[in-house]
Design a protein around this ligand. Structure first.
Ligand code: SF4
Length: 372
């Protein structure tokens, strides 16, 4: 089951859109699944059609960035990956008893752990929805290990896999996020907790669609974050309220332009097939899709170094940050800002221009004073 977020009716058969998206990423390339982390990043920058299209088409943005000569700094070492997997197995060991303890449940009785195996993401999402319904009807504690949730975003399906979902006897479903960053003295790095909360909010959003069709079910707007305690491999749990992230994510995802509309506006023959195109062709293809660069991209998107280089080369004020960009109004290049500050151009009645001239005069005055 999937729910649509994004505006406008479906105007084209999904098979045509799928074919078009396959052409964009390269017919021989398997699509990269759109996960909760990518959706949270999309929600943080809903104005970027470039990211929306590349993610919707399942393009491997890390490979694309490398082919463009601007590799991203993202990625996890094999060692960190294995350590993360071992920690997650420890948290879920003993039939979910450790997780129950972290949830504050001392005597859960038998914890049901349903088998969620099925073919393909659609099959797994259907199996998960059925398991959630059965667990809710059973009125007992259940642990769904790596369930699959479906959410349609901007006309393109996304399949999301939380670490776990716990179903309580009263029918309440709780998302569990297991992370490998440490929780020291009961608190963890705020930026990392914030990123985990945004990711968990996407899971809550997808779970709510299933809960709406399940009698007696509700989804908790607080998630359980589990991290290693004080650099050990002992798990520590913290309940994180994601109501704010949930409402922001819901609103931002609904604002995304439909993937098919972005694709329809592309010139003929555009493709992001890294196996078949030169760096110049790929750069031209990427340039054909409007973007919305901001310094925040550096922490969220694999193409950030490429987009930043282009923004700097175009002298665009976007490279200075969203708040600066907002305050500069109609001045869109650094050159125009400097010329306005020097009094060479710009409308003196424009508040941005007059503020720049005042700042330039104050700077000149203070430099003069310093030289005396
Ligand atoms: S780095 Fe580029 S593609 Fe990625 S979100 Fe920012 S502007 Fe969009």
């Amino acid at each position: 089951m999937s729910e649509s977020l994004g505006s406008g009716p479906v105007r084209r058969p999904q098979t045509t859109l799928r074919h078009q998206l396959a052409e964009l990423r390269g017919p021989a390339t398997a699509p990269r699944p759109l996960d909760a982390r990518a959706l949270a990043a999309l929600a943080a920058n809903p104005g970027c059609k470039r990211r929306a299209l590349l993610d919707g088409a399942g393009v491997d943005k890390a490979a694309l960035a490398s082919a463009l000569g601007a590799p991203s700094g993202f990625g996890q070492s094999q060692f960190a990956f294995m350590r993360g997997n071992a920690f997650e197995a420890k948290v879920k060991a003993d039939g979910g008893m450790e997780l129950m303890r972290l949830l504050g449940v001392a005597e859960p009785g038998d914890v049901r752990v349903p088998d969620l195996a099925a073919a393909g993401p659609e099959g797994r999402a259907a199996r998960t929805a059925l398991a959630l319904r059965e667990a809710t009807a059973a009125g007992a504690w259940s642990l769904l290990d790596h369930p699959m949730l479906a959410l349609e975003v901007a006309g393109s399906p996304a399949y999301l896999e939380p670490d776990a979902v716990v179903v309580r006897p009263d029918g309440r479903w709780t998302v569990v996020e297991i992370k490998s960053f440490p929780m020291v003295d009961g608190s963890a790095d705020a930026a990392k907790v914030g990123a985990a909360a945004r990711q968990a909010a996407v899971y809550v959003l997808a779970l709510e669609r299933v809960a709406a069709l399940t009698e007696g079910a509700s989804v908790a707007h607080s998630v359980l974050l589990v991290c290693p305690k004080d650099f050990s491999n002992q798990p520590a749990g913290s309940v994180v309220d994601v109501r704010k992230q949930l409402s922001v994510t819901r609103r931002q995802l609904a604002r995304l332009t439909r993937i098919e509309d972005i694709a329809a506006a592309l010139p003929e023959g555009v493709t992001f097939d890294v196996a078949a195109c030169s760096a110049e062709q790929l750069a031209a293809a990427v340039e054909a899709v409007p973007h919305a660069y901001a310094p925040e991209c550096l922490a969220a998107c694999e193409l950030a170094f490429h987009c930043r280089d282009r923004a700097r080369a175009a002298d665009a004020v976007e490279a200075l940050g969203r708040s600066v960009r907002g305050e500069l109004g109609g001045l869109t290049t650094v050159g125009a800002v400097l010329a306005a500050a020097r009094g060479e151009s710009g409308d003196p009645d424009d508040p941005a221009v007059s503020a720049l001239r005042r700042a330039a005069a104050l700077r000149a005055e203070s430099l003069e004073g310093a030289c005396r």
